[in-house]
Design a binder for this molecule. Structure first.
Ligand SMILES: Nc1nc2c(c(=O)[nH]1)N[C@H]1C(S)=C(S)[C@@H](COP(=O)(O)O)O[C@H]1N2
Ligand SMILES: [Mo]
Length: 407
């Protein structure tokens, strides 16, 4: 009797979670989900032998972390993650012309222009060169949305993800082709239908850029640029050209579409900023956040903070709408240009309030409030490189909603 009750409640819990996701998903997906949810009614697991090991692992049918999708992008469910590595199948996606199908045995990377020795690298060639792994985030500069109270962390800033990337330092390739001293820029060109291209300063290329072919221990996913992509740590995601096929060294930028008509932002006085590469420091509380229903008592506030300019130095939490700030604990290791998990223990007394986080990075940069940023951008409430403090309003009934100050 009591056993049955527990199972029933567990299942109801699962069903409730699914219901939230169903609202956000297409009708087709609703049907797909409804079936496994009812089919997996576990009995006593000590009485039957379970499935035997298989070639691929699976998620529990009770867990449904999911990306939300549009025609041009998909967003990481930040509120469903417990750490800083994004499972590869939950990495956000942004494609200008879909995901190309590429034969890794035929794919070639040409490096030419202002170099002593133009070269072509196959995937096999790259894998023979000294390899490096690093953990860093990748964030789209268009990673900001607002508009209504009922938005999740995923809705607001799900265009950031983090992986362990493996590949070759660009400095290694540049040494191979012997880049000429007067080369100051290089063009990176993708082999998708958009032939997406960006100009990158050689200085950054030599500093920490990589050509990567692996992600979280396995080959890159097609969505992330299989078989190889450029990785520019800390810079706007657009510069990390996927499915890369060509790099041309030059003494000036190429003024490609993605750096002239796109990826520039107004900074007031009718001025437009171009080549704004660095991703400014940002943080967001991912728990408690919409659609969580909070209960009075102890709450561990959790979230992520990161900076494109280096390490996170400090995350502060306010639980009284920005009047007082307290240092959150940072989960070690705190890495360069990487999502860093923070936690702060709070006792909620049941009164209406607002909770928010703000990050300071190692350069001393402090994350601005929505109002400060909007004022600095001539009243704009969004656009590229918009990284304001996100405030969550906690209502007396425990409902958590995006603060009206962020809308
Ligand atoms: N070739 C190519 N590279 C590309 C893109 C693209 O459409 N084509 N999108 C860019 C943009 S705008 C971003 S934010 C990142 C997204 O990388 P992801 O899809 O692996 O998350 O890739 C960048 N590299
Ligand atoms: Mo992007």
């Amino acid at each position: 009797m009591s056993d049955k009750k527990i199972h029933r409640r567990t299942l109801l819990g699962g069903a409730a979670t699914a219901a939230v996701i169903l609202v956000q998903s297409s009708f087709g997906k609703m049907l797909q989900k409804a079936i496994p949810e009812s089919a997996f009614t576990p009995g006593d697991p000590t009485k039957v032998t379970g499935p035997l090991p298989g070639p691929m692992g699976t998620r529990s049918p009770f867990e449904h972390p999911e990306k939300t999708t549009s025609l041009t992008s998909s967003r990481t469910p930040l509120q469903s993650l417990y750490g800083v590595i994004t499972p590869a199948d939950l990495h956000f996606e942004r494609h200008h012309a879909g995901v190309p199908a590429i034969d890794p045995y035929k794919h070639e990377l040409l490096v030419h222009g202002m170099v002593e020795k133009p070269m072509i690298f196959s995937l096999a060639d790259l894998k023979k060169l000294p390899a490096v792994s690093r953990i860093c985030f990748l964030e789209c500069s268009g990673n900001f949305r607002t508009g209504k109270e009922t938005m999740t962390p995923q809705d607001i800033c799900g265009l950031t993800s983090q992986s362990e990337w493996t590949g070759v330092m660009l400095s290694t390739l540049f040494r191979e082709v012997r880049v000429k001293p007067k080369a100051t820029w290089f063009l990176a060109e993708g082999s998708d239908a958009a032939v997406m291209s960006r100009s990158i300063p050689v200085k950054k290329g030599l500093e920490d850029a990589m050509i990567v072919y692996a992600q979280n221990g396995e080959a890159l996913r097609p969505e992330q640029g299989y078989p190889m992509r450029l990785l520019i740590p800390g810079w706007e995601g657009n510069t990390s050209v996927k499915w890369i096929r060509r790099m041309e060294l030059s003494d000036q930028p190429f003024m490609a579409r993605e750096e002239t008509s796109k990826y520039t932002e107004p900074i007031g006085d009718g001025k437009i900023r171009q080549f704004s590469f660095d991703m400014d420091a940002r943080s967001i509380i991912t728990y408690p956040a919409y659609p969580v229903q909070l209960e009075r008592g102890w709450v561990e506030i959790r979230g992520i903070a990161w900076s494109g300019r280096g390490k996170v130095d400090m995350v502060e939490i306010s639980t009284d709408a920005g009047k007082n700030w307290h240092k959150a604990g940072l989960q070690e290791p705190v890495l360069d240009k990487a999502h860093t998990y923070f936690r702060y223990l709070w006792h909620w007394n049941g009164q209406e309030t607002e909770i928010m986080s703000r990050v300071t990075d190692e350069t001393g940069y402090l994350q601005p409030t929505f109002k400060q940023l909007s004022d600095a951008r001539g009243g704009s409430k969004g656009g590229y490189h918009f990284n304001p403090v996100t405030a969550w309003r906690v209502k007396r009934d425990g409902q958590v909603l995006l603060s009206p100050d962020n809308i």
